[in-house]
Design a protein around this ligand. Structure first.
Ligand code: FES
Length: 56
């Protein structure tokens, strides 16, 4: 599922980045550009981040 339409980033790409150590919105934004354009994906990205961190 696409989370960030501006940059074509999917939830599985976000999860892979989290698994590789991007444990904050800032790091995810730096690595994948999520939230760096319109910002509409921030809330969904946070949900993916929080649920992934709960699993680690
Ligand atoms: Fe992610 Fe626009 S949808 S910055």
């Amino acid at each position: 599922m696409y989370v960030c339409l501006c940059h074509g980033v999917t939830d599985s790409e976000i999860e892979s980045a989290i698994d590789a150590g991007a444990h904050s919105m800032k790091k995810l934004s730096q690595e994948l550009n999520v939230g760096s354009q319109c910002g509409k994906c921030c809330q969904c990205t946070k949900k993916v981040l929080n649920s992934r961190l709960m699993q680690i």
